[in-house]
Design a binder for this molecule. Structure first.
Ligand SMILES: *[C@@H]1O[C@H](CO)[C@@H](O)[C@H](O)[C@H]1NC(C)=O
Ligand SMILES: *[C@@H]1O[C@H](CO)[C@@H](O)[C@H](O)[C@H]1NC(C)=O
Ligand SMILES: *[C@@H]1O[C@H](CO)[C@@H](O)[C@H](O)[C@H]1NC(C)=O
Length: 311
């Protein structure tokens, strides 16, 4: 943390004329799931969530808020680096949303319930991406009335679109789908993410950061799932002790997402759309935990995401 902050400040002061889309960021809108949720899930879940209790939030911000972490999330580091206040969860109706709003909800999926059920996957009750986009539309109706007026209001904003879609894969793994079945699902997941971005572009947003999936094969839940199955051969794990095929699915997803985003950028040359690699920074932390520490990923990701826009 000590050594990365000067680097971060260096990036913040880079020449702003160096890119066509370099404009100050005055507001942020976040879509996503638990890794970005700053308090929507705890407000709307029909059952109490663990993140509503200690030790979540004990260290930061000092009490449980619904963040699934005891430290800052990537979005918290981002707002901090930009000198903006913490992003209010949209379900906190007391908030002003002057500097944006967070629509992310823990355990949300990219595909909606109907579509997942068609694939034999049962999601949680958390609002899927299309519902989060509906909230954004509702929010915009309260601050502007035409796409061009909304475009003006959104001019100095940044949309953090994800990570979303990882839970679709996590549920499929938990519910015993084969890796071939899950791989076959990834084009639909990426497709709905792209559809969502197009909808948000149509509402006037012009600057996006779109994170890909993490090395999910290293997640404790995935390791435990496969430790409990009959197929527990040594070939299941890679050199980092992660489930290799699960990481392959995440890499495949990310590859599809990157290509789709490149195509979308071509369709919308006036919109900034940047893919953000979350896979490698987290893998670095897993490979060298003592060097990196658990929360370094936030710093690394924030530095790389802000540098995408030369801010
Ligand atoms: C709004 O603020 C009041 C008073 O601080 C609090 O009791 C209430 O829970 C808040 N509502 C929401 C939706 O967060
Ligand atoms: C779910 O998503 C599909 C595919 O995008 C869409 O056609 C359908 O209308 C959605 N269903 C519901 C209930 O929202
Ligand atoms: C699965 O493999 C791991 C690593 O080889 C081992 O530690 C664990 O005990 C095995 N689990 C079962 C249920 O055999």
């Amino acid at each position: 943390m000590v050594f990365i902050l000067p680097f971060l400040l260096g990036l913040l002061s880079l020449d702003r004329q160096s890119t066509r889309i370099a404009r100050p960021i005055e507001s942020i809108y976040q879509f996503g799931a638990s890794k970005s949720d700053t308090g929507n899930g705890v407000r709307i879940s029909p059952v109490p969530l663990a993140a509503g209790r200690l030790p979540y939030g004990e260290t930061f911000p000092g009490k449980p808020t619904g963040r699934f972490s005891d430290g800052r999330l990537i979005i918290d580091e981002t707002t901090k680096a930009l000198g903006l206040p913490l992003l209010d969860p949209y379900q906190n109706r007391n908030a002003s949303f002057k500097n944006g709003a967070n629509f992310a909800v823990a355990s949300a999926t990219a595909l909606n319930r109907t579509t997942l059920l068609l694939h034999g996957i049962v999601p949680s009750s958390a609002p899927s991406l299309e519902i989060q986009i509906g909230w954004f539309a509702e929010h915009l109706r309260s601050i502007c009335s035409t796409p061009s007026e909304c475009g003006d209001r959104l001019r100095n904003s940044l949309i953090f679109f994800g990570e979303i879609g990882g839970n679709d894969i996590n549920y499929a793994i938990d519910q015993g789908k084969s890796f071939d079945q899950i791989r076959a699902l990834t084009p639909s997941i990426v497709g709905i993410v792209i559809t969502g971005i197009k909808q948000v572009i149509a509402m006037g947003a012009s600057r996006f950061i779109v994170p890909g999936n993490y090395p999910i094969g290293c997640f404790p839940s995935v390791l435990i799932h496969y430790a409990a199955t009959a197929d527990n051969s040594t070939t299941l794990h890679d050199e980092n002790g992660c489930v290799k095929l699960a990481n392959d699915v995440a890499l495949h997803h990310n590859q599809l997402l990157k290509s789709a985003l490149a195509a979308l950028s071509q369709e919308h040359p006036d919109v900034g759309i940047e893919y953000l690699n979350l896979y490698d920074p987290l893998l670095d932390v897993i490979r060298s935990p003592s060097e990196n520490g658990p929360f370094r990923i936030s710093y690394v990701v924030v530095v790389s995401s802000l540098s995408l826009y030369r801010l």
